[in-house]
Design a protein around this ligand. Sequence first.
Ligand SMILES: Cc1cc2nc3c(=O)[nH]c(=O)nc-3n(C[C@H](O)[C@H](O)[C@H](O)COP(=O)(O)OP(=O)(O)OC[C@H]3O[C@@H](n4cnc5c(N)ncnc54)[C@H](O)[C@@H]3O)c2cc1C
Length: 391
Amino acid sequence: MSFDVDTDVIVLGAGSVGCFTALCLRERGIAVTVLDQGRPGQQSSGVNMGSLRLQGRYLGQLPLALRSQELWEQAEERLGARLDYHRGGLLYVATSDDELQRLEKMARTEAELGLQTDIMDGAAMHARWPWMAHWEHGGSWSPQSATVNSRLVTPALARKAEALGAEFVIGPEIVALEPVDEGVILTARDGRRFRCRRLVNAAGFWAGRVAEMLGEPVPIFAAGPVQVVSEPVPHFLDAMIYTSDSKVIFRQTRRGNMLVAGHPRIPVDAVARRSRVPAGKTLRNFRRMLRLAPHLEGTTILRSWTGIEGYLPDMLPVLGESRRHSGVIHAFGFSGHGLQIATGVGEVVADLLSEGGTQMPIADFAVDRFSGKLRDDVDLRHEFEDDVKHA
Ligand SMILES: Cc1cc2nc3c(=O)[nH]c(=O)nc-3n(C[C@H](O)[C@H](O)[C@H](O)COP(=O)(O)OP(=O)(O)OC[C@H]3O[C@@H](n4cnc5c(N)ncnc54)[C@H](O)[C@@H]3O)c2cc1C
């Protein structure tokens, strides 16, 4: 039987995770082909807000997040490309005194794990960001968090990986997988067939279907974080601003546009691969931002959008080896925060494939964790609109 591609490693999915993985594999001299039905970064990886937030993450993920941050620091040089990387810091604005206490507790624990975070009282915040309304409860500030331009990242990664010898096959939609003695055979809707010794499942939300075809179903669901962009305004903001309940998230781009987001996420059509933001939700998010930054009243909204992201009920990704098929690695379901850790995830997957293991603690992200008890500090009702169908 002949195959369109017959190689060592196939990475299914040319998002930021798949492309960082391909880059790391080529840097280690491993033959890799990336398959995607669309262009690199066409889905979630190309439409995200570019927030490389370190605070407020699941603590078991902080080592991976901090390593990823180190890798982001070097990414423009490594790729030889402009990514608009900017370490401007991140401020969580407490929405109440109780919330400030929660942020304080979080900061103490994060400091033990190596994340530098300062608790600020309202007066200090007001002095530093005098335009801000509702600073009275204080907040938590980390200078380490950064931003990047997501439209630039994945295409630049793909170009670099390709220059180092990775093959990209763009077009085939993989509809069937067959584990065989010496690897996996993938079949595309157009009939093309691909064979690899080892497979990386980095297909974003749709990776859930891939895992299911491999006999490892997970309770993944799709949703879209609302994003709004305004006309450019005079520069006043270097940092990212989040309210402590994440209902308001904003930053200013280099050109001066305001990028605005905030929970809850909305329903999307992952089957048709379509997502759109109802006008009311665009206005809701923008108005919430105006309550914190009233001097922007009258600013024109240019457009809004969302994208299709895969979420797991504990808001953690699936990352690690398949429990059923040796040589298969899962890396998907990044639950709205995958860009920040994509650099580290690429390294972890390359470690698993080239060394047979990783120093990074990833046991909490195992594909078979859903049969046991999940972490109970997540309340999906605050994270998603009621009409998002979650598991
Ligand atoms: C609107 C929005 C805002 C976000 N904001 C942030 C943020 O600020 N910070 C942050 O860290 N994260 C953010 N995220 C999440 C982040 O974008 C992702 O977690 C991250 O980029 C990883 O994506 P991925 O590579 O896993 O998946 P994707 O980018 O979705 O890539 C998966 C790829 O697999 C391909 N594929 C799937 N199935 C098949 C198949 N059967 N055959 C062929 N190809 C297939 C798809 O075409 C796609 O290109 C946001 C997400 C969205 C949608």
